[in-house]
Design a protein around this ligand. Structure first.
Ligand SMILES: Cc1cc2nc3c(=O)[nH]c(=O)nc-3n(C[C@H](O)[C@H](O)[C@H](O)COP(=O)(O)OP(=O)(O)OC[C@H]3O[C@@H](n4cnc5c(N)ncnc54)[C@H](O)[C@@H]3O)c2cc1C
Length: 321
């Protein structure tokens, strides 16, 4: 279907986090100086809550707007914080190789976020492989972690660090990144297709939540299986086979040799034994500064008061982050 002229409108301020299509069209028409009927469709590109200052908190939206006919040339300088640009939002760029090659056998070690997305990227380019994970599938792993928290029973290969989804499974699922990576939007779309809330596509501080993360993993696994990937749990890499510095494969568990022309190590930062092994095998490494994370818990009501001030009890405001 042919599209009418597209505009990007930044900075529309509304009271509700989820305005109706009608409310969005009305606000867009106002910003463009057009009658409401000239706005054919509105797509939310970004949403952020502005709780600064003395005014009641408002949600600020960036919209992609399609209009009918050729409207008067819209103003492009910001008026009352609203800016209009010609053209729509940025296109989503998937990590597609221009000329996919058959690279030989590929093994990815570790089914955390890095390993899963390495495999998904290869799968998208029609390249199959094997994904090895020392831990267990997420359902079994969740039971093992609950066992640890309630009875203190620690399983070496199935815990908060190890198992399907890696440390990511028990993270908060905050997707904020300071990287301006062109593939970030694609990553979020894959997560939404696997069951993450749609809001991560538009929120300035996207957040999946620990409880939902574990539900996405079987869907990501299914997506890989459908594209010819082999998924192996309880399969620790215990050595690499690289005679003369040429990668030939890895050792899995006690003695199984698995051929691989390319091995992607996505073992996370908790796999000390694997790093010791690589060090013993002469793999080049460099030290990094220690990163120490501290989780501090406060009552939500306190955080709400700090962020929203006297507007904290306003209905419709999300829990402040
Ligand atoms: C409590 C907590 C909260 C966090 N919250 C956030 C957050 O909100 N947002 C955020 O962005 N980040 C958060 N993080 C950090 C985030 O989880 C990590 O940055 C991310 O998981 C790293 O991904 P990865 O794939 O590199 O490694 P990992 O997630 O560590 O995955 C590595 C995988 O490799 C497997 N593996 C290791 N050695 C071997 C081997 N020899 N053979 C086979 N498999 C192996 C492991 O079992 C594991 O599954 C949090 C971390 C923790 C612990």
């Amino acid at each position: 279907m042919k599209k009418g002229p597209l505009y990007k409108i930044e900075g529309i301020r509304l009271r509700r986090s989820e305005p109706s299509a009608g409310e969005l069209k009305k606000a867009a028409a106002q910003a463009l100086g057009l009658p409401e009927g000239a706005v054919v469709s509105c797509r939310v590109l970004r949403r952020v809550l502005d709780a600064r200052g003395r005014r009641p908190p408002l949600f600020v939206f960036n919209l992609e707007v399609e209009t009918e006919g050729v409207p008067q040339a819209p103003a492009t300088e910001a008026r009352e914080g609203v800016r209009v640009k010609r053209g729509g939002g940025d296109a989503v760029v998937p990590p597609l190789l221009t000329a996919p090659r058959r690279p030989g056998k590929v093994v990815v070690v570790g089914a955390g976020p890095a390993g899963l997305f390495a495999a998904l990227t290869l799968a998208l380019n029609g390249i199959p492989g094997v994904l090895l994970e020392r831990g267990r599938p997420v359902d079994e792993r969740v039971r093992d972690v609950e066992d640890f928290w309630s009875r203190g029973v620690l399983k070496g290969d199935s815990n908060v660090y190890f198992g399907e989804g890696g440390a990511g499974t028990f993270s908060d699922g905050k997707l904020t990144t300071r990287l301006r990576n062109p593939y970030s939007a694609w990553v979020k779309i894959v997560l939404v297709e696997a069951g993450a809330p749609h809001s991560i596509l538009i929120d300035a501080k996207p957040h999946i939540g620990t409880d939902r993360l574990r539900l996405l993993l079987p869907n990501l696994r299914r997506r890989l299986l459908e594209r010819g990937w082999e998924f192996r749990f309880r399969s620790p890499m215990t050595d690499i086979i690289a005679p003369g510095g040429v990668m030939r494969g890895i050792v899995v568990g006690d003695r199984e040799e698995l051929e691989g022309d390319h091995v992607i190590l996505a073992v996370g930062q908790g796999a000390y034994d694997t790093y010791l092994l690589l060090h013993r095998r002469g793999v080049a490494m460099e030290t990094k500064p220690f990163a120490v994370g501290v989780r501090v818990e406060h009552p939500q009501a306190l955080i709400d008061r700090i962020q929203y001030g006297r507007w904290a009890a306003t209905p419709g405001l999300p829990p402040a982050d």
